[in-house]
Design a protein around this ligand. Structure first.
Ligand code: ZN
Ligand code: ZN
Length: 114
């Protein structure tokens, strides 16, 4: 998640947990109990984790590539049009890595306050 702005990630996590939090917790607990039932399951889980990690790594590298090659940093905030050096990236949609809004810190805050 190197390229996500911290605020975006935090928001996403918050959204995930605020949605029927009890149901999710129960699910996690169930999973945790099953985890130690037998060795076979444990091994399967490890295998899955390994695979998942690999997949995740690939995803991140694609993100990095796209961002490195296609993103041109503007001279100023694209919201308030102020010319400023310290710009932050805001991701309105995580499925569209190229959909980025460059904005100054105060404008970025406004996005997350909504
Ligand atoms: Zn701004
Ligand atoms: Zn953001």
């Amino acid at each position: 998640m190197v390229n996500f702005c911290k605020e975006c990630v935090r928001l996403r996590v918050q959204k995930y947990w605020s949605k029927d939090i009890e149901a999710k917790r129960k699910k996690e607990r169930k999973r945790g109990r099953r985890r130690w039932k037998n060795h076979e399951y444990k091994e399967k889980r490890l295998e899955y984790q390994r695979k998942y990690r690999l997949k995740n790594k690939k995803k991140v590298s694609v993100w990095n590539k796209i961002q490195r090659t296609n993103i041109i940093k503007p001279k100023g905030c694209s919201i308030c049009k102020k010319t400023i050096k310290e710009l932050e990236k805001h991701h309105p949609d995580y499925n569209l890595p190229l959909d980025i809004i460059w904005c100054c810190i105060p404008c970025h805050r406004k996005f997350h306050r909504r």
